[in-house]
Design a protein around this ligand. Structure first.
Ligand code: GLA
Length: 774
């Protein structure tokens, strides 16, 4: 405690200075290694902010690194919110109170597996907006937001006696594009707002930071647990031999996606990385040190393809979602002790958890009997065009006569569309699987069609962040008349906007739960369910939703997140500070309908129970690729070691289907792995991977990990395709590029760990206009 008191005195310093010196950062003229804990205040209950800061300090950190989420701070145009969970200034004050420095990352784009990477959805009301570019409207809005942030905290920089030592310009722009003018504009805004003395930096990947690196900014690298650290800084050291080195995001774990395996990363690898960096005086921020929770509808999604993130942002971080230390925490704390002269701050007491006895829900409001007033529209439009940001939307019209049935095409369902004819459920189109079409039964002219679309998180990474919700283009119906197909576009819609708002759900008319019964599939009606439980002493708990379908949950009016039966997450974290003595209310909007309207609370989460129906691999049992008659367009060797490799085809090849054959590996073992790959066109440019689909992979390791072949184009250099341990070479993957291309070369990145484990040596590439046989 006396140490803490001392610490508080230290923070009274005024007019400090933080800058880049020769090979090191300097704090008030003295060498300083940044040991930052990444925490995101909106992801942590406000009442627990100081607990998490103290936990980070006790771990051995000296700085808190944080993002500001624009869409949380400006939920509606010009309505700024810096109160409660959004009280940025208060959070930074708490850091200062605990003598922690602060790195501020105000975006405007942040990625972070947060809805739209932090950008507000309402930007999409201007349909032709160019996000993260020099679009005048975009820049005007960014400028307003940046001014609002500065009004809160610009006086808290170290120059003014505050804790903020550095401010980040944009975020990993190299993974988005090449546009120094845009990045300069963001830099200039920050300089104007924070003054010329503020230390600004950019973060990117070692593979692409040169594209947008500005001469007057500090450059830092992002990479994950296990990466070859010397290799990560090699290029930076060549370009700027005297620059201080910093890993601005060292990934402690990874995020989970619905329908995929729970992600973990070994503590030993993380600690080895941190130990190596500190022994070389390399600064770091541990992303995440405590991940927290994607409350309400704030979880984002990744692309190519569409891979929505789960509610928990536990991240397999040293401090778990509930704020408790994990084994990783204790091991890391021990390792960091070396670098704090044996001085350590006490670990704060853990926050209490409770079990809650099973409770049944008592009331139900079926959604189809609680629809709002519809809007009428000739042509279908997106959610954003109806001024709706989140929730669900029902598009309703009538069908032409389909004497022999037919099929429905939805272009495109964002994100989960359930189709009904005359109130009867027909099927689902799940964007994760690229589904756009389903069969319709024979029906009479005038039959009612309902397409009930639930929006999940907007994509937060890559070019696809311009992610409209609802139905993005149109809907057609195709009639099958004895083998002849007639297609027409459906018009004249009624549109029901179901905003994700607690007050809205509460205003529905409820009936006793006894008034509903399960349908033939064993589910209760789609709708809103309300139940209560009683407790004596509020404490943290994890509510189970294993018996439910898919939707959103509120506890005492707090949006606590999304649920989906497929997992891997089956419980939601509920902080005790949002509970009260006596009766507590749970409200669930279940768009599929629960199997049983019951829940219970437990002291520990269930983040690792995948109940998925779709296989994670790309090969049917017994399938064998048959390359008979195909000749490789190139047969070559990749160089050993880390970093990007390139081979050129000699003569260009045209086709839509590409097969890679890995003949052997550099380490002589039976395993092949690829982190990322690109194909080059006639101008030696990378072709878009947006439409790519894996058609076949002979071997994929999905035993408790996510190493399927689609990881070769998931835009993440730290995730990879790996074959299973015992499967022998050669290994194959086949990709459908979506359309025909003329191809001239292949770029390929092995795993990031030292010596690039499982790196492919000899490789053959096949290109074909017709699908390969298997
Ligand atoms: C990048 C981004 C972060 C986050 C991580 C992955 O480094 O900058 O915002 O998305 O990836 O968790």
């Amino acid at each position: 405690d006396s140490m803490l008191a001392m610490a508080e005195n230290v923070s009274q310093d005024t007019h400090g200075k933080f800058e880049a010196g020769k090979g090191t950062f300097l704090l008030n003229g003295k060498p300083f290694v940044v040991k930052a804990a990444e925490l995101h205040y909106p992801r942590i209950p406000q009442e627990y902010w100081e607990h998490r800061i103290k936990m980070s300090k006790a771990l051995g950190m000296n700085t808190i690194c944080l993002y500001t989420f624009w869409n949380a701070h400006e939920p509606k145009e010009n309505q700024f919110d810096f109160t409660g969970q959004n009280n940025l200034r208060e959070f930074i004050r708490l850091c200062q109170k605990n003598d922690m420095k602060v790195i501020l990352r105000p975006g405007p784009y942040v990625c972070a597996e947060w809805e739209m990477g932090g950008l507000p959805w309402w930007l999409l009301k201007k349909k032709d907006i160019r996000l993260r570019e020099n679009d005048p409207y975009f820049l005007e809005r960014v400028d307003k937001f940046q001014k609002a942030v500065a009004a809160q905290v610009a006086d808290l920089t170290i120059a003014d006696g505050g804790p903020i030592i550095m401010v980040q310009v944009e975020n990993e722009y190299g993974s988005y594009g090449e546009d120094k003018k845009y990045v300069s504009n963001i830099r200039d805004m920050l300089r104007k707002n924070f003054g010329d003395n503020v230390t600004l930096f950019q973060c990117d990947w070692s593979s692409n930071f040169e594209k947008n690196g500005l001469d007057d900014l500090i450059w830092t690298m992002n990479f994950g647990t296990g990466a070859n650290i010397d290799d990560q800084f090699r290029r930076l050291k060549e370009l700027r031999p005297e620059s201080p080195l910093m890993c601005s995001e060292f990934w402690s774990g990874w995020f989970d996606k619905w329908g995929a395996n729970h992600e973990t990363r070994p503590a030993a690898d993380m600690i080895a990385g941190i130990d190596e960096m500190l022994s070389k005086n390399i600064s770091f921020s541990l992303y995440m040190t405590h991940g927290g929770t994607n409350w309400g509808h704030w979880a984002g999604a990744n692309s190519p393809g569409y891979a929505p993130d789960v509610t928990s942002y536990d991240y397999d971080a040293p401090i778990n979602e509930q704020g408790a230390p994990t084994p990783k925490y204790w091991e890391l704390r021990k390792a960091l002790e070396k670098y704090t002269d044996g001085k350590q701050f006490p670990v704060p007491a853990s926050i209490k958890t409770i079990d809650i006895k099973p409770f049944a829900f008592s009331k139900v409001a079926p959604i189809f009997s609680n629809l709002p007033e519809p809007k009428s529209d000739v042509n279908i439009r997106t959610m954003e065009e109806y001024d709706q940001g989140f929730g669900s939307i029902i598009y309703q019209t009538t069908l032409p006569e389909l004497a022999n049935g037919g099929f429905l095409t939805v272009n495109d369902p964002h994100d989960y569309a359930q189709v009904f004819v005359d109130g009867k459920y027909i099927g689902t189109l799940d964007r994760r699987n690229g589904e756009k079409q389903l069969s319709l039964p024979p029906c009479k002219r005038g039959a009612r069609l309902d397409i009930f679309v639930e929006a999940m998180g907007r994509i937060n990474f890559g070019r696809a962040i311009k992610d409209f919700k609802g139905i993005t283009d149109n809907v057609t119906v195709t009639e099958d008349r004895n083998g002849y197909h007639f297609t027409c576009e459906l018009k004249n819609w009624k549109v029901y906007n179901i905003e994700d708002e607690y007050e809205c759900y509460k205003s529905y008319s409820y009936a006793p739960i006894e008034s509903v019964s399960p349908d033939s599939t064993g589910r209760l009606p789609r709708g809103v369910y309300v139940g209560t439980f009683n407790i004596n002493k509020p404490a943290d708990t994890f509510l189970s939703f294993e018996k439910w379908g898919k939707g959103l949950v509120y506890v005492n009016g707090h949006g606590i997140g999304r649920i989906w039966e497929i997992g891997p997450q089956q419980t939601l974290y509920v902080p005790g500070t949002w509970l009260k003595k006596g009766e507590n209310e749970v409200l669930v909007f279940d768009i599929m309908g629960p199997k049983e309207a019951v829940s219970f609370g437990s002291k520990t989460p269930e983040l690792d129970k995948l109940l998925v129906k779709k296989p994670l691999t790309h090969r049917e049992p017994g399938q064998e690729l048959d390359l008979e008659g195909s000749k490789p367009v190139v047969s070559s060797s990749l160089t050993p070691g880390n970093g990007w490799k390139e081979i050129s085809f000699g003569t260009p090849a045209t086709g839509r289907y590409v097969c890679l054959e890995a003949v052997n590996s550099h380490d002589g073992k039976d395993r092949a792995a690829i982190a990322e790959m690109y194909l080059l066109d006639n101008n030696n440019e990378r072709i878009s991977r947006e439409p790519w689909v894996v058609m076949y992979a002979d071997s994929e390791d999905v035993e408790g990990v996510n190493r399927s072949a689609d990881k070769t184009f998931d835009l993440q250099e730290s995730t990879y395709w790996s074959t299973k341990k015992k499967d022998k070479f050669p290994h194959f993957i086949v990709i459908d590029l979506g359309k025909e291309h003329t191809l001239t070369g292949l770029q390929c990145l092995p795993r990031m760990e030292s010596n690039a484990p499982s790196a492919i040596k000899d490789i053959k590439v096949y290109v074909s206009s017709v699908p390969f046989k298997f």
